[in-house]
Design a protein around this ligand. Structure first.
Ligand code: GTP
Ligand code: MG
Length: 195
């Protein structure tokens, strides 16, 4: 995928601020600090357009990035971050749930998990929730550069069984360091964005 333009559009706190041009939206969901923003940057080959941080919980709004005037990446706040107040967490949860359930231009959710560890309880809950609402889904196991290739199959199997992945859901190994999985993920994204 050749990137001709990539721009940050808005950090939206609610539906009134979502773009209205109807371009397809591809949302990133995953635990805090799992690597969602880094994944976006790798996909668009920009070092730091999507804000990354070694401090979890930094992304707190829906951050919209418009790519090639063709689609949006929507960076969703990470779930499962303990250090914010319960009220704050509930408010974000409501906004995100409403977005994922009701947003018309949303074409695909990329659920990002960490290949190094088995999916957490939060990962499993998120996966079940997305599946339950029939939201088009792709699972990306990132930080693959931290695991020797010879051990990928073992980790993959663990991801599949823990999430109860069906054959219909694409599962892609990814690394924001090496770019592994980038082409494969673009194929999946473009299939959904064109639909
Ligand atoms: P929140 O916005 O807080 O939810 O986090 P996030 O999911 O956007 O994670 P972010 O992209 O900010 O990455 C968190 C940390 O993981 C950073 O220190 C990244 O450099 C590191 N990281 C992300 N992806 C990879 C990867 O593929 N490989 C390696 N080795 N490190 C990664
Ligand atoms: Mg982020």
């Amino acid at each position: 995928m050749k990137i001709t333009s990539a721009e940050f559009i808005i950090s939206a706190v609610g539906p009134a601020q979502y773009p209205e041009d109807g371009l397809p939206e591809i949302a990133l969901a995953g635990r805090s600090n799992v690597g969602k923003s880094s994944l976006i940057n790798k996909m668009i080959q920009r070092r730091n357009l999507a804000r990354t941080s070694s401090q979890p919980g930094k992304t707190q709004h829906l951050n919209y990035y418009r790519i090639n005037e063709q689609l949006y990446f929507v960076d969703v706040p990470g779930y499962g971050y303990a250090k914010v107040s319960k009220t704050q967490r509930q408010a974000w949860g409501k906004m995100i749930e409403a977005y994922l359930q009701e947003r018309k231009p949303l074409q695909l959710v990329i659920q990002v998990i960490d290949l190094r560890h088995p999916p957490t309880k939060d990962d499993v809950a998120m996966h079940e929730w997305l599946t339950h609402y029939d939201i088009p889904l792709c699972v990306v196991a990132t930080k693959a550069d931290k695991i020797p290739r010879s051990r990928w199959p073992k980790h993959l199997k663990e991801v599949k069984t823990t999430l109860g992945l069906t054959a219909a859901t694409p599962l892609i190994m990814f690394s924001a360091e090496t770019g592994a999985g980038r082409d494969e993920l673009w194929d999946v994204i473009l299939k959904h964005a064109a639909a």
